[in-house]
Design a protein around this ligand. Sequence first.
Ligand SMILES: NC(=O)c1ccc[n+]([C@@H]2O[C@H](COP(=O)([O-])OP(=O)(O)OC[C@H]3O[C@@H](n4cnc5c(N)ncnc54)[C@H](O)[C@@H]3O)[C@@H](O)[C@H]2O)c1
Ligand SMILES: [Zn+2]
Ligand SMILES: [Zn+2]
Length: 368
Amino acid sequence: MRMRAAVLEEFGQPLVVQEIDLEEPKQGEVLVRLVACGVCHTDMYTASGVDPSGYAPTVLGHEGAGVVEAVGEGVDSLRVGDHVVTLFSPQCRECEHCLSPKTNICLAIRDQQGRGYLPDGTTRMTRNGEPIRHFMGTSTFAEYTVMPQIALAKVSPEAPLDRACLFACGLSTGLGAAMYTAKVQAGSTCVVFGAGMVGLGAVAGCRLQGAERIVCVDLSQERLEMARHQGATDVMLGGADTVDAILEMTGGFGADYTIEATGLVSVMRQAVESARMGWGLATMCGVAGKGETLDVVPRLLITGRRVAGSSFGGVKGRDQVPELVQRYLDGDIDVDAFLSHRITLDEVNRGFELMEAQDGIRSVIGFG
Ligand SMILES: NC(=O)c1ccc[n+]([C@@H]2O[C@H](COP(=O)([O-])OP(=O)(O)OC[C@H]3O[C@@H](n4cnc5c(N)ncnc54)[C@H](O)[C@@H]3O)[C@@H](O)[C@H]2O)c1
Ligand SMILES: [Zn+2]
Ligand SMILES: [Zn+2]
């Protein structure tokens, strides 16, 4: 079939919206008609060419939600008409990692996905016969996508898909960092660094876990207001003296949990140094630049602080994204507040501009 898609032709250049060909789903694969897709930093990062593992041509996009249009042979977990959220972090439910409660990092299709191919090592997208690679296994800046069933979470049909798509990346990452990676305990004190999509999700996650005190740190007063709306009890402008300020707020000890959501190694360091002596857990969500390292004074670790990293918030996608979406439907999470701009597929490059200008939290592409 023919479909419209935003193709990354050349790094550092705007995406080019055009018609390309999409093949039918093969064994274990599903054809999804996209209804909505958020624009995330990782898309822009790859488009810029800074990511050394990037490739072109490819169709970017990974915060997708849509409806199942067709299923390939052997697909037993989804049917035509199901509402789905795309998962760049799949869950096969069979590999050693999926069988362990300790991680959400599925091993099933990592290598092929990383190189831009579906699990069988080929692409379903072509243009004049030339293969176009799949990005993050999702390629959701397009009217349709073909994905393996293990990378699709079936969500309640009651959830509007322009909200549900935010659970495909940033929102679940933040919520999950607090709920599944840090496993924040009720009554605790938490500090969240960054109030973008991930940080705001983390604030909401700390609240859902019953944290007593949630401090959010950001450079934007406007975003700090949004953090209050999501449940932050205290907000503070970030800077060189942030650690001292947090130690002061916590009787000199530091916070039970700190969560970093900025991507800056200097802030990651603050997150470690603001964690409580004895048991403070610092969880890193941000993706740092290539070659950057996190400086930690070992004494901080000997005296009981721990450092964790969180990919997709530790969320096991097929099991837990539907649960998180249900919590939204139950009224526990205000997702509307994150949907800042609605754009069309043709305006995808404007989505990048808005993100660069920090205008709003998320731009969401709606497909006709
Ligand atoms: N681990 C994962 O699976 C995963 C998934 C999605 C995104 N991410 C990463 O998470 C990070 C955050 O993503 P986002 O979409 O929320 O980004 P964002 O750019 O919208 O938010 C980052 C926030 O950090 C704030 N900030 C900058 N400097 C600061 C400082 N010194 N102190 C406190 N706050 C400061 C900014 O004002 C901004 O509000 C990025 O690095 C992104 O790549 C990771
Ligand atoms: Zn993302
Ligand atoms: Zn697996």
